[in-house]
Write a protein that binds this ligand. Structure first.
Ligand code: ZN
Length: 149
């Protein structure tokens, strides 16, 4: 087997280590998502065996619970998507480099946030820019309102 993909700048050992880290993370989240879905289903069948009055109360609570579980599962699957993206970038040799400035993202940051696509500085700059954008948009909105009056 020829090993040419990872040769683009990333040493093989680091590639393996990162691949392993991302795979692990993905497995963890997948297990969590599957566990949650199973839990919801089991609760449902169990609730069906209770007497009718209790059943009504329980199912209302179960609904809320299910909604919560659902949004949690949704959040997890978004994270899962990000990890899959990160794995794809790793395969291409782009992983670990900042989208904006192209600098390497600090190892420490990648460990905490394996699917980070920007270095800390660029991410912060982006947040500030987005905030400013929102403020400007809000101001435009208000001035537009005043013009209409
Ligand atoms: Zn950057």
């Amino acid at each position: 087997m020829k090993d040419n993909k990872a040769a683009t700048g990333t040493p093989r050992s680091r590639y393996t280590e990162r691949k392993h880290m991302l795979d692990e993370r993905r497995r963890e989240i997948q297990a969590e998502v599957q566990g949650k879905m199973r839990g919801v289903r089991e609760e449902g069948t169990w609730g069906g065996k209770l007497n009718e009055v209790l059943d009504a109360v329980e199912s209302a609570e179960a609904d809320i619970q299910e909604e919560l579980e659902f949004s949690l599962v949704q959040m997890k699957s978004e994270t899962l998507n990000k990890i899959n993206d990160a794995i794809a970038r790793l395969e291409q040799g782009d992983y670990g480099y900042c989208f904006d400035c192209g600098e390497e993202i600090a190892e420490k940051r990648l460990r905490a946030l394996p699917f980070a696509v920007r270095c800390k500085d660029c991410e912060e700059a982006r947040e500030v820019a987005e905030q400013r954008e929102r403020q400007l948009a809000a101001r435009r909105c208000t001035s537009g309102l005043f013009l209409d009056m």
